[in-house]
Design a protein around this ligand. Structure first.
Ligand code: TXA
Ligand code: MG
Length: 347
């Protein structure tokens, strides 16, 4: 399959009528799959009402079929088509954070969406992305769009159209290139089907932000306890992994440098994932600064690109600094733990 690339400037007006966006929307209406930029990561979109379209998403990504997709909408009134009820707390979260990096789990109305999209669950995950190109595409096609991150299953999520093409060129109808995404880690997934909302996946909206709007918010036990079974099916898989084994390192920069030297003596090509503040303190084959430690948002924005760059650099092993587990650091550490398969070396 020849994968089309539509270049769209996200700052121009009336994007719904932009010929590139309209062309991509037509592919979606024909039940083809198209990658699109959002404010978090690139998504691989398909008509959420069509089994045929949704099956193409799973096939292109190589995604396990028990892992349901997030349904993307452009207008709040689209919810009533496939959501059974919008509880009061969900209503407040929508007011506070949509459009934006927050996915809400609702009870589902049966018989509207593809059962493959929701992996046969009684619930459905929905979000309204805060990206002009994504919103224009959603409006232009007029459909609820199922969209997981547009990477091969298990790889770091894509934050540029080039990342999408690295994984999916030839496997999808097209990609809209709207530039690099802003936030860099996926949306926060919050379950609103019980009386107290529960975070199933940390992401672009922090727990503190959610609590400022709805009061107490719980965190799925699986996010802190490796033995617990996660409520979001996708959270049980190893994810975001670079090709080389990645180790998180808790300790001083000297301790991390010592680990690098040990591996270099064994003849390995060693990578270090650090930050702008610390980069000059390391000597290794490949030292990559992933944003600024003093501004964790910049670490989130650079994280997946940095993991992918280690693949291009063909390192044998990667040692990574760790980050404070609060605010957006919670999402960064969650992704890093998954990328590392939880391997942590403590001084
Ligand atoms: O930022 C994002 O959320 C991106 C962009 C493209 O919107 N999308 C994304 O989708 O990250 P994906 O498929 O990579 O992750 C969806 C997560 C998975 O962990 C999945 O298991 C969970 O949401 N999920 C989906 N439906 C669910 C449901 N009904 N109940 C519990 N978890 C659900
Ligand atoms: Mg994903």
């Amino acid at each position: 399959m020849n994968t089309k690339v539509w270049k769209v400037d996200k700052y121009v007006d009336k994007l719904e009528n932009n010929p590139q966006v309209v062309d991509a929307a037509n592919f979606l209406r024909d039940n083809e799959v198209v990658a699109l930029p959002t404010e978090t990561v690139y998504g691989l979109g398909g008509n959420a009402k069509s089994d045929a379209a949704v099956e193409k998403i799973f096939a292109a990504k190589g995604r396990p079929s028990d892992n349901p997709l997030i349904i993307h909408i452009a207008e709040k009134n689209q919810l009533s088509e496939f959501v059974a009820e919008v509880p009061e707390k969900a209503e407040r979260l929508i007011e506070g954070f949509w459009p934006g990096p927050l996915t809400i789990i609702f009870k589902k109305k049966e018989g509207v969406l593809s059962e493959t999209a929701t992996a046969g669950l009684a619930t459905v995950a929905v979000r309204m992305p805060d990206h002009p190109v994504a919103l224009a595409l959603l409006k232009s096609c007029g459909l609820p769009i199922a969209a997981p991150s547009a990477n091969s299953s298990g790889k770091p999520s894509p934050t540029t159209a080039d990342h999408v093409l690295d994984d999916l060129n030839g496997k999808i109808a097209g990609v809209i290139d709207g530039g690099a995404t802003g936030i860099g880690v996926e949306s926060t997934v919050v379950d609103c089907t019980e009386s107290i909302p529960v975070i199933l996946r940390p992401g672009g909206v922090t727990k503190e932000q959610l609590e400022s709007v709805v009061g107490v918010v719980h965190v799925d036990a699986a996010l802190t306890d490796e033995a617990a079974r996660p409520k979001a099916p996708g959270m049980k898989y190893r994810h975001y992994a670079p090709n080389a084994p990645l180790f998180m390192v808790s300790g001083t920069t000297e301790f991390l440098q010592g680990l690098v030297e040990e591996k270099r003596q064994e003849g390995l090509r060693v990578g270090v994932l650090t930050t702008e503040e610390n980069a000059r303190l390391f000597e290794a084959d490949v030292v990559l600064a992933c944003g600024k430690r003093a501004e964790l948002e910049t670490v989130a924005a650079a994280l997946y690109d940095t993991l992918r760059r280690f693949n291009q650099e063909k390192v044998d092993v990667i040692f990574s600094e760790i980050f404070p587990n609060a605010g957006v650091g919670h999402a960064i550490m969650n992704r890093l733990q998954k990328a590392a398969g939880n391997k942590l070396i403590t001084e």
